[in-house]
Design a protein around this ligand. Sequence first.
Ligand code: HEM
Ligand code: HEM
Length: 131
Amino acid sequence: MPNISQLFFKSAVIWLLIGIAAGLQMGMSGNHTVIAAHAHINLLGWVTSAIFGGYYALNPAKAAKRLAFVHYAVYMLGLIVMLPSLYFMERGNMQLEPLVGIGSMVTFLGVLIFAVVMFSRESVAVRQARA
Ligand code: HEM
Ligand code: HEM
């Protein structure tokens, strides 16, 4: 499996552990205020990261591009800024709202870079090797 897929899957499982912990905390306390943080830690952190990892595992030529690593770095930076701020904002720290917004935009940028990787052409060498 390409390194970039390993990175996405390893990061994804860390988000899943954190997301489930937040779900368990809600379930056990009966206080569901962190529902959006829990949902997005699991859906952006676990599900979407794992889909990115799967995409690169199926497309080794795209995984070899430097832009794939830029995608990983920008996307994860976005999540690291967005998700903890969202969790603590939902716990009452409303001053964190701008950080949630900034993190969301960086996450969006990460997805935009993924779209560029996806629609980009493979290098001539890769296409010739396949022909
Ligand atoms: C053992 C693991 C988990 C526990 C204990 C748990 C617990 C919870 C709880 C207590 C809620 C709040 C329900 C409500 O107030 O209506 C919730 C909502 C939610 N959970 Fe989980 N969860 C778990 C795993 C996951 C996973 C793995 C995902 C996604 C892949 C997920 C996605 C969601 C979503 C999207 C919502 C919001 C649903 C809505 O908007 O009504 N959860 N979860
Ligand atoms: C940067 C990306 C994203 C932003 C800024 C965002 C923003 C939001 C906002 C503002 C809400 C309403 C929350 C509320 O009413 O309290 C929401 C709800 C929701 N979003 Fe997202 N979202 C993003 C990505 C995603 C993705 C990728 C998925 C699924 C793969 C997703 C699934 C959901 C679900 C299931 C809910 C309802 C659960 C809840 O009550 O929190 N979101 N999102």
